[in-house]
Write a protein that binds this ligand. Sequence first.
Ligand code: G6P
Length: 634
Amino acid sequence: MCGIFGYTGQRQAQDLVLQGLKHLEYRGYDSSGIAVQNGGSSISIEKTHGKIRNLEELLKTHPIKGTTAIGHTRWATHGMPSRENAHPHADSSSHIAVVHNGIIENFFDLKKTLEGEGVKFRSETDTEVVAHLIGKYYRGNLENAVRRALREIKGTYAIAVLSSAEPDKIVAARWDSPLVLGVGERENYLASDVAALLDHTQRVVYLDNGDVVTITPAGSSINDLNGRPVKRETVKITWNVAQAKKGGYEHYMLKEIFEQPGIVGAILSERLKGQKVRFDELTIKPARLARADKVVIIACGTAYHAGLVAKYFIEELTDLPVWVDTSSEFRYRDPKLDKRTVVITISQSGETADTLAGLREARKKGAATVSVCNVLGSTIARESEGVIYTHAGPEIAVASTKAYTAQLTVLYLLALYFAQLRGTLDAKRTKRLISELLRVPALMQRILDRYKKDRQEWADNAHDFNRRYHEALSKYVESDPQRRKRSPSGFFLYLGRNINYPTALEGALKLKEISYIPAEGYPAGEMKHGPIALIDENPWVICIAPKSRTYDKMISNIQEIRARGGCIIPVVTEGDTEIHRLQPMYLIEIPEIDELFSPLLTIVPLQLLAYSVAREFGEDIDQPRNLAKSVTVE
Ligand code: G6P
C-alpha cells in the first residue's frame, strides 16, 4: 500500500527521500512523487506513473534543491494509476502539498462542498480534498490548519504536509494508517515503516491514532487533534540496515527463504527452557488463558494459512476447539465471543486493516486477545492484550516466506504453552514433541543445502517446465480452439490432506503471487467433488504426501490423477519408494519428521518451486504486480 517518507534537516532532501521511497517499494505501488520546499517560499512537486526509477530519471533533468521534503509511493484506490493521480497533491494556490496513505470515506461530500466553493480539482483522488481543506483553513499556522481539516475528514489516513510559508517544517498525522517518526541528529524523518528509516536512525516514535506531529531539524512535538500535547516514547529498534539488504542474494525472497532455519532456531531457543515454554513478555494473565473454552484465530493471506495449520495442532495438543477466519469475513459476521474466548491475531506487519478491525471487535466483546506480529510497535501489537513477536527481521519480499514459518513456530509453542497451562499433555509426550520440534532448523537447513547443491537442476527443471507450459498453452490456443474453451490450458493444483492441506493453500498462493500462473490449493479428499473435472495431461498437480496417517489416502488420490493422465509433482519423505511407481514428473523430498511438524518442512521446497518458476519466467519476484506487502486499507 502507499508509502510515505519525509525528511527535514541539514542535507539535501531530494535524494534522501528517493532512497527512503525505494525502501518502501516493497509495500506495493504504481506511481510516486516528491514535494520539496526549495528555500524561499515555494514548493516544487515532481511525480510520475510507474517505478521509482522513472521519478529518479525525471529528477535528474529537473533536480530540486531544498532540505525539507515529503515523498510518496501510491497504490491506487481512487483513480487510475497516472501522473495526475500520483501524490503529492497541492491546494489551489500550490502553497500546500500533501501525501496520504489511507482512504477518505466522505470525500464525495467534501469534494462537492469544495467544488461549490469554486475549487477546481486536478485529480480523481480522495487525497486532493485534504490538500484543499488544509489550504482553505490555512491562516499562517500549518498545524492548526491540518487539525481543522482533519476534524472534517472521515476515514483512515497517515498524511504528511508542507506549507511554502513555513520552511523547514513538516506536519503529519495518523488515523489507522501507520506512521513512524525517526529521530536523528539535527534532522528528523517520517516514514510508513521502520525499514525505510534504518539507513539513518534506530530511534523511532510510533505515532498513535489522533496524533498530529510537527517536525523540524531541531526537534518534534506531538499534539492531539485538539492541540493538547501528548507524550510518546522513543524506542530503539533492534533491526539493522544489513537485515534490510539483499546480502548477496539475487532476490529478497530467496534471502528470506534461506533465513528460515536461523529464525526458527532463534525462536525455539528463546522460548524453550528445558521442557517448559516461556513467553515472558506475554502480559496477559496465564489464568485467563487457562480458563478459556475456545480459540479463534483471525488473519489474512499467508498469516491466515499459518492460522489454519495451527488449528490442527492446537486441537491435537489441547482440549480447546479452534475456529479460523479470514479477518475480512470475521468482522462482518456476528462471531460469538466472550471473555472465555482467546482471539489470536496473526500479522507480519501488524498493520493489516481487516485484522486490526477484527482485533478491535474481539476486544469489544471481551475476548482475551493475543497477537503474533513481526513488526515491533505495530498497531496490532500495541492494541492486543498480549503480543508475541516473531523477531524474524524485516521481510521485504511481498511474497511472505520467513514470516510464515516464524508464525508457525510461535504458534506451535503457544499450543504447547496452552497444553502446559491446561495439563493436557503428559511429560513423556511433551518431551518427545519438544525434541522433535528442536530438529526442525537443521532439517530445514538440509533442504536448503540440497537446493544450493542442485541449484542448476532446479533451474533446468524450471526451464523444462516453462517449455512444457508454453507448449500446453499454444496447443490449446493454436490447434484446437474448441477444446481450449473446454479444457484448462496450464495451471497448478496443490493437494494436501490434514495438517498439510493449508500447506497446499500456501504453496498455491506463493506460485500465483509471483509467477501469475493460476494455482489452486485443495484438500485432496475433496478432489472428487470438483477439481478432478479439470484433470487431463495439462494441469501440474503438486501432491503434498509426506509420511503421515493419511499417506495411503494421498497415494490413492495421486493414482486417480495419474489414471487421467495428470502430471504429478509429489512432495514426499526421503526414502519413499512407492511414489516412483506413479511416475512423477519431478520429485521433491523432505527429511523425515513427525507429521505434526511437517508443515514447517513441506512449505520450504514449495517456496523454492514458486521462486524458481517466477525466476525462469523473468517476473519481478520481490515486487509482484498489484500486490502490497502491508494492506492498510479495507
Ligand atoms: C498481504 C501480503 C501477504 C500477507 C498478507 C497479510 O497480502 O502480500 O504477504 O500475508 O497481506 O499481511 P500481515 O502483515 O497481516 O501478515
